[in-house]
Design a protein around this ligand. Sequence first.
Ligand code: SF4
Ligand code: SF4
Ligand code: SF4
Length: 378
Amino acid sequence: MKLHFDVASCVRAVSKFSQCTKCVDVCPESIQIVEHLPNFALSTGVEASACVGVCPTEAFSLSDFSTTEFFFSFLESKIRLISPKINVPCISVLSVEHLISLALVSEETITVDLSSYDETSLLFEHIEKSIEEANFVLSSFSGKQLDSNYVAQKNETENNEPKKETTSRRSFLGNASLKGAVKHKKAFDDAVDADEMQKFEIDVSVIEKIKDKQLPNKRKILFTALKRAGVPDVYEVLPEEEVSFTSQKFIDESCTNCQICHRICPTGALSSNGKFSLIHFDAMLCVKCRLCHDACEPDSIHLQSGFEIKEFFEPAQRTLATFNIKRCNECGNNFTYTGGEQACPRCMVEEEEAMSLHNNAVWMKEISNNEDVDKGEP
Ligand code: SF4
Ligand code: SF4
Ligand code: SF4
């Protein structure tokens, strides 16, 4: 099993302004930022799959394990245990959205097996945090929760019910729909085979791919799961910092309508109309990659302090900014009118430059004339 990196899906490839370090933060020993892009050696052990789960745009994936296939095959199986010993290479391969979706669509409570993790490790901390977040979000609109009592799980493993586990595992692996979606942790460790750092470059094909706005599969899965969840009587508002995978935003008056944010948003959460006279935002398409914030020069785009759960059940496109668009008297192109100006900013700059060149030429001529007078030349 190998780790794959799709450069075109990484927000760092989309813009030099991106400050995303989610993959590095979760696996600093294996992934580094080199020349603005993530780089890694494949011989990174099981921890490497944490980057798969945490990347907002699914730029990382595994060669023989698909989180999407896992989601559907898990639902078809009778097992309600997610474990590196049975059905995932590492729990961290699943994002918070996957965990919420799995809990939502499962009739019975799902247990996440943390018994094989070192409680002091960064990986354990990351997985626990993801489960906590999933349970916190779930608690705001559903009675479903994930069980992650790793102590109980450990005891169960120590008491060892090899027969039961083997039987369960066999029946899970025997599921015809798995298609290689399930691999044992050891197989995963054994398979990582390269020591060299991977080198990624942005070529023409990558640039073409970047232009396509794409919603990650994990978000499509969440949509599917939410459709099956009951609508709550009251919609709660969660603190923005407690929701890592989506956001709500607002834009302040300093926005210059430079159009960068909606042009580079990888999912299409931010968009505009044909005249560029407004900026729309759809929270359910936002993956909180922060690219729009990083790229906005006047820092006009902000996170709303609370995330409204209502978005899950009544997704709405909101207008964050509107602009007065006028046609430039000089070049005929549209520009954002702020009051009084008759030409677009580019023509105004060109006009200023032309004026400055003209003034310089006049000044130089005057100096030259004065020098001629001083020398007594006619
Ligand atoms: S978008 Fe994904 S791969 Fe790129 S820097 Fe962020 S977490 Fe890493
Ligand atoms: S919010 Fe920022 S990036 Fe977006 S159009 Fe306004 S100034 Fe440009
Ligand atoms: S709107 Fe959301 S998905 Fe789009 S760039 Fe901003 S944070 Fe990323």
